[in-house]
Design a protein around this ligand. Sequence first.
Ligand code: UN1
Length: 482
Amino acid sequence: MSTFKNLINGAWVDGNSTALNINPSHTADIVGEYAQASAADVDTAVQAAQAAFPGWSNGGIQARSEALERIGNEILSRRQELGDLLSREEGKTLPEAIGEVTRAGQIFKFFAGECLRLSGETLPSVRPGITVEITREAIGVVGLITPWNFPIAIPAWKVAPALAFGNCVVLKPADTVPGCAWALADIIHRSGIPAGVFNLVMGRGSVVGDAMVQHPGIAAISFTGSTGVGGQIAEACARSHKKVQLEMGGKNPQIILDDADLEQAVELCAQSAFYSTGQRCTASSRLIVTRGIHDRFTAALVQRLTRLRVGDARAQGTDIGPAASESQMQQDLDYIAIGLQESATLVTGGNRVTCHTGSGHEGFFVAPTLFIGTTPEMRINREEIFGPIATVLQADDYEHALALANDTPFGLAAGIATSSLKYATHFKRHSEAGMVMVNLPTAGVDYHVPFGGRKRSSYGPREQGRYAQEFFTTVKTAYILA
Ligand code: UN1
């Protein structure tokens, strides 16, 4: 088996050791062997990025725009093949994976345009004869740390704006899904950007991530992952004076009011709570249902869930793939046990699923699971599970539903299903989430508008769209006497 190497200073280099990338649908299938970088490799990558920075940041926006355009085009032209790789290493279904690759390509093309749209301001000074000019400049070397649940889209939405605004990059993808990040690195490497501008260092967070967060040559860290690790990164960045952007967990509420379109409400809950195996920080995990529709809604949702086909992510007709790893599956099963201990009522699912692949090697499949009769203080309503598991909370009316929706330490996304303009408008205003969806799933966002949340879900400036420049540039104020 050939080893996929790290990309440092424009060259493919071995690491300290290697790790296997395993297909979670079918554990006998090894996607590949991937180099594991050391702290010394991180240091070499940062030094290369620092050396490349003056040329890249001053080299002109036309060259940057063209490079991003080429990267986006290659990703889009290979969406089938890269989608297959993504599905194989992470376990989302093939249509979902191809959709994610498409999004990654579109993000690069969007930022190819954004390179050309960076603007500033000119103001008169309060002192006569002086002009004030406000511009944005690249920050320097940025460290990007990405999670396993979006193996190409999240690297894309951090790398593309970082490069567009003239920064140099050290990327560390999640250690369980390095395949798509490696493919992206290969595309970037062949796009003609200078050596050292983009570096890939694969490996564990405790080695590679730590070395990045500690490195004095990195000016900023953008991280997507768990709330616990995010907190540690923020503390370390504060000590070393790095700019930091964190996207972390969610416990996203989806309200269903009595006046909702039942079929639409069931469909959007099935989509955002269970598709992608519930492994999205934007997934709806708390379904808050008012009394008048509660029984009809839960019965219809259970019907819908029993029709979902759980199986090999790449097989035709699969709706729900496996958990992405054995430890994630175990976490799902542990939370199901916790829900039962807390006396929630299990109405469907609740078990590991055996899908016969013929090899005797099982994947990490969990049945779509729904608990009803839950209360807000239960751990299954307070902690992020990150699996195909949702709870139903019954509410007396809209006001009660709103209070339950906001009763969470998280604040990423929130949804409401209603035909009432009054309640939809009130909810948009009073939801304590960064993203609000009306009659739409909480998961599945656009790539050209800001992404992010409040409370413990996010920290620092928004990602994506025009707002990405807030993190990936620094402001300069110049005074000119002329
Ligand atoms: C989406 O719902 O389309 O890690 C994107 C996550 C998020 C991305 C969700 N950062 O799940």
